[in-house]
Design a protein. Sequence first.
Length: 418
Amino acid sequence: MKYLLSFLLCLSAWWAVAQSFAPGKPAENGLSVDRLNRIDQLVTDHVDKKRVNGAVVMVVRNGKVVYHKAFGYSDVEKQTAMKKDDIFRIASQTKAITSLAVMMLFEEGKFLLDDPVSRYIPEFKNPKVLGTVNWADTSYTTQPAKGEITIRQLLTHTSGIDYASIGSQEFKAIYAKAGIPSGIGTNNVVLADKMKKLGGMPLKHPPGEAFTYGLNTDVLGYLVEVLSGMSLDQFFRTRIFQPLGMTDTYFYLPKEKHARLVPLYQVTDDKLSKVSNKVFDNIDLNYPTMAGTYYSGGAGLSSTTEDYAKFLQLFINKGEFNGIRLLSRKTVELMLTNQTKPPITEQVGLGFGLETNMNDYQSIYSLGTFSWGGAFSTNYWADPKEKMVCLVYTNLMASPYRNMNEKVKTLIYQAIVD
């Protein structure tokens, strides 16, 4: 038994190594080293001017890591240097991982995209649309919705569900009164209870008629639990993270990894300071280090740049990473196909924002690029045409300099020379 345990531990360690990226030379992958150095200059300048505490930037091209650097400090006060494997709160970057989980179950024949979600979560049956709100006591009127919420609408934020804490004034009040959380930092309750309660709440608009960024992906997280018979945490761990070698992605970090969590900073009156107050719906920003039970499919995870790059490379590779296939090529193509039609102007697939003919003039991205970000200033995009995965991670709550991430994007693309 002792030797078997040792063998399994060695096998586990080997598997984690096997599921890593190979390094690559920029010049051999169509990138100029001199031009990539402009990233160093930009981010270092922001650190020196105390516009940001630190950052990690990662670029993968042709499946090889061609740029991966850490800048500044994870903890300014302690002068702790930022490291490439530091862990960041990735907030809404959780949504794409939940969407992958949903589509894995779709491939198993568990549901069809245009099924009503009430078929699997009965509390969403017969939805109603908000009418008027009485602000004296936040009571409200409703009218029956024209149709049921579908799973496709949840994946595209067109269901009519709004967001707690960061949504419209009406729904921030309605959800707060009902005890519906934003998902981030909700630790001592369970997803099933809150999503069942959300099912009885009114919608902002009839399903399918508009784009409203809301708690859709938390509902999808609960759908994964219903269809798989696992908690969302267990599904992620066994069906996604372990196969992809994502060894540093968690809802709640193990104690031995607490020290790698980057503190959250803000810039106010041109002064960089650590955020110590509670934010959003009164959440404690130390939530990743707590022993929580709430697995928010829309916002709960913390991760590293390398872990998330593995997840993105899966889609660049049409559903496979390092010999492990989680999706078929056709399902990936469907997820990366725009799902919205006018008058909805947001260009979204099943879990990602998309670069399409409608919005391509706004960005240096190639057509087909998919992207999203997190509330604490983590950003990612993956460009299938350039075979490139890019991540820019900081942990900033508020700052007039959060556009540094956009500038880094430009500097990555201007380094392409092939």
